[in-house]
Design a protein around this ligand. Sequence first.
Ligand code: TPP
Ligand code: MG
Length: 556
Amino acid sequence: MLQEFASAGVTDVVVSPGSRSQALALAAVALERAGGITVHVRLDERTAGFFALGLAVESGRPAAIVTTSGTAVANLHPAVLEAHHSGVPMIVLSADRPGELRGIGSNQTTVQPGIFASAVAFVREVEAPTAHGVDASTRQTLRELVRQTVAAAAGHTGQPGPAQLDVAFREPLSATLTDVEGVPDDTIDLDFARRRVHTGLPVAELTPDDDPATVVIAGHDAGEDAERIAWELGAPLLAEVSSGARFGRNLVVAYRELLRDPEFGGRVRRAVVLGHPTLSREVPALLQRADVEVVTVRGAGADPFDPSRASRLVADVRVTGRTAPSHRAWVGRWVAASRSALGDGDAGPDLGAKRSEDRAERSRFLKDEVALRRRPVDRAMLAEAVWGVTWPHDRLVLGASQIIRVADAHVLGKKIRVHANRGLAGIDGTVSTALGIAAALERTSAAVGTTRVLLGDLTLLHDVGAFVTGTREPTHRVQVIVGNDDGGAIFRGLEVAETTPPEDMARMMTTPQHVDVERVVTGLGWEYRRAATWGDLERVLTDPAERVVIEVPLAD
Ligand SMILES: Cc1ncc(C[n+]2csc(CCOP(=O)(O)OP(=O)(O)O)c2C)c(N)n1
Ligand SMILES: [Mg+2]
């Protein structure tokens, strides 16, 4: 079965240990030795699931996850849900008891087919093998099943997402493997490139409007096409930070403020939407307006993004016709207003003064610089600093909650690969996802890159299991940067906070914690750095340490 997965284009198998799944685990490592696949061992299934998600995000291919029976399978549920809602391919191979041992209280036995409910579109049961070895007809049946599973996960039959094979094993659960070959010769390579499902949807032909009033909205995972479409339509590009389209001449960073402004948002009459916008209230509000025509390119996730339930869903957008000076004026107004809304930002010391002939000016520059370097770090500075050190060969993973919103509101255009689990915006599995991304990245031509994770303290603590790695496993080049504000600061902004006793807000919502992050992460074998000022932060971010957690106490 694993050879058939390899021949269908699956390159990675993530394994968590267990008795019922021993045959799959041991066959996986034998196949790895024969050069067929790469195996990753994760000690707990919750992190294994997110690790597999990260592998797939980076490689575009589904990774298979092997688990034992019982609660082990259920621990994949968060990652399975995220994969379903964000349209990331994934294959679950859950080991199970054979039929005769189900429903009679056998140890570690529950109902595994259907355990993920509607989050898995393709579920099949595989009966326990009855004899040692595989005859030709069984092999043919398995081959078909495996290809169907991979095709389902990759989105060839519906939306891409998780698929499950529930594989029964009868005693004896395994036998010694001999002569494992690599991948069979008749390898097929499914097309993993197309993450969007086009079934039945038309391609929209759009032209730049006569009286320019179009905006292009690029939500999570919109991809670079969004930038091209905005350019061709002569439309401002309202691109979220994890859209994959946060760059280009039409980019409008301060889009929330401008959408609220009648002179800008109020004038919009057409919106072209790509990806899954989740970071603002202004975007759904715009799309629900009766005077705005919405054209939405269907994304990979389970549900189309359609807040008005009335948008025109299409497979893709083709732009015909040329833009006119009026389009350049329309875009120019948005881009200029965005720049002035952002202000100069934290321009830092005036670099001209550094080279000045005038001694007084030079000394003023040095004083400015010293003051800046001693400044405590706030969330916007943190986001900008991490953004600043990230380059196209690197990867950036943003945690849910405040940090992604602050990054979205501040960072300027740059063509870098940014991921965030926005399918369900959970604060779980963020570090594990990044480790999977790093594992896949390190095999590619961008192998020199670093994967950085920027997240809040509770988001880090939610995934402490990610830091646990077996001593036999390779490590990955990951910097985890945690903005520590002692709990879920996002809840301080809730309206109810104004009328609720602070003690109740703290205990029930923000949940301050006093975890000693240094002891936790060093205890788990990771390096630790602390950056309390801008100067510290600059230093630690450019220090090439691997497997490091950088704790940044936040000033605000
Ligand atoms: C798995 C999961 N549980 C709970 C939530 C609800 N939630 C959203 S943000 C948040 C707090 C996050 O705190 P932290 O990571 O410290 O970020 P901060 O708000 O301080 O920036 C919580 C509990 C969630 N999104 N996902
Ligand atoms: Mg926090």
